[in-house]
Design a protein around this ligand. Structure first.
Ligand code: C5P
Length: 397
């Protein structure tokens, strides 16, 4: 969300993975950014400027030398107006060039001339990446505040496998969001978020679980991070993409989640419980698999209520999905659990996988109710965090 209307300069250098930068440009455009692409000469051996121009609808910069004074001025203006610069892919040669402070093509000149933060996503063979010279260059850049999106392990040029593959575009975009949000509204606030649904073991093979995949909690963690918060995300097993720059702790049961929350809350100002925590767990865990013909009933015992166990003076936010009179039921839960806010939702139809959008009401301790229209969980996350920051205002940071 924080990429909207931002001036992003996408530098593309000469790696076989240059073609992936086209999709990166497209993802940045879809996130609402204004993208200016700068290509090195080598990059143009792999891909045409026209491809980027068609995606961004803007001129692509390829040449430092031009006889058109208008364009020369425009080029220098780019350096001043940029909110962030990302080089993806960044070759070993270009990394070395940056580490040495060279400026012999338009991209390196621009990077030296801008005050905008710089993110680089290296792509090269694993031998080149692991080469002490490259590592030393990357270390120098990191010490200067450059953010590296490390390459991944996978297939490389010519069918070889190793570390050196350009990071996924989603990870690069998430890193840009993190860097842009560093000094946001919630910087210096530590926030603990829980996500997913707990798994309470029945025997060695089965558990009592929930349909919740954790999308709401992950969206909250990303959004809080985008506003500069120091976020710990405690979640149950999931396939969701890990948010860049967020500490993650994986748990299974409600008891494990409680222990993780207690630990993470040290120095924290906010606890947001978006996880679906099982109220009960099997009284005993069978050591083997329960077999056919054996007893068919489960004895259950109560799980601790995490929100009620937490006595720290933090802003506490709960979530409630209720089948009838959802606002009244949620308001009761808010006071019983001593919450500052509760996000209430009407349970309609069969409960399935987490939806990408939802219609919720946010109820506050003072009794005020904000009914939100049906909207994406990202927008809901922003609304919740907006209310959290208002509640944090009286506290000195
Ligand atoms: O399950 P219930 O509707 O009571 O959940 C309301 C809120 O309480 C949710 O935010 C949930 O994460 C939290 N909760 C908890 N510990 C439990 C059960 C629920 O903290 N054992």
């Amino acid at each position: 969300m924080n990429l909207r209307n931002k001036r992003v300069i996408l530098g593309v250098t000469g790696s076989i993975s240059a073609y992936k930068a086209v999709d990166l440009a497209s993802q940045l455009m879809r996130a609402g950014a204004c993208v200016d692409v700068v290509m090195t000469e080598c990059a143009q051996r792999f891909i045409q400027p026209l491809t980027f121009q068609s995606i961004t609808g803007r001129q692509v910069y390829t040449d430092m030398f031009t006889n058109d004074p208008g364009i020369t001025l425009e080029q220098m203006q780019l350096a001043r107006e940029a909110d962030i610069v990302v080089v993806a892919p960044a070759t070993a040669n270009f990394v070395a060039k940056l580490a040495g402070g060279l400026a012999d093509d338009f991209l390196s000149v621009l990077i030296l001339a801008t005050r905008a933060p710089l993110v680089i996503a290296p792509a090269m063979t694993s031998a080149m990446y692991e080469n002490p010279q490259t590592q030393e260059n990357l270390g120098r850049l990191r010490r200067r505040g450059v953010v590296e999106v490390p390459p991944e392990w996978g297939y490389l040029m010519g069918g070889y496998r190793g570390r050196g593959r350009l990071a996924a575009n989603e990870t690069i975009v998430d890193t840009l969001r993190q860097v842009l949000g560093r000094n946001g509204e919630l910087s210096r606030v530590k926030i603990v978020v829980t996500a997913g649904g707990t798994r309470e073991p029945v025997d060695r093979v089965h558990f009592l679980g929930s349909y919740a995949a954790g999308k709401m909690g992950f969206a909250l963690a990303r959004e809080a991070r985008d506003q500069g918060a120091d976020v710990t995300l405690i979640h149950t097993p999931t396939n969701l993409m890990p948010p860049v720059g967020v500490k993650q702790v994986e748990v299974n049961t409600a008891q494990e989640m409680l222990a993780a929350v207690r630990k993470a809350l040290e120095g924290a100002g906010v606890l947001i419980m978006a996880a679906d925590v099982a109220d009960y767990r099997p009284a005993r865990v069978e050591t083997d698999k329960i077999r056919e013909g054996e007893k068919a009933s489960l004895a259950l015992v109560r799980n601790p209520d995490i929100l009620m166990e937490v006595k720290e003076p933090v802003v506490k936010v709960g979530f409630a999905t209720e089948s009838s009179n959802f606002k009244d039921a949620a308001a009761l839960k808010l006071s019983r659990k001593g919450l500052d806010l509760i996000v209430a939702r009407q349970l309609e139809g069969p409960y399935g996988e987490d939806a990408d959008s939802s219609q919720v009401s946010i109820i506050a301790k003072d009794g005020s109710v904000t009914d939100l229209p049906l909207q994406s969980i990202e927008r809901i996350a922003r609304e919740v965090l907006r209310k959290v920051s208002v509640l944090l205002k009286p506290y000195p940071r």
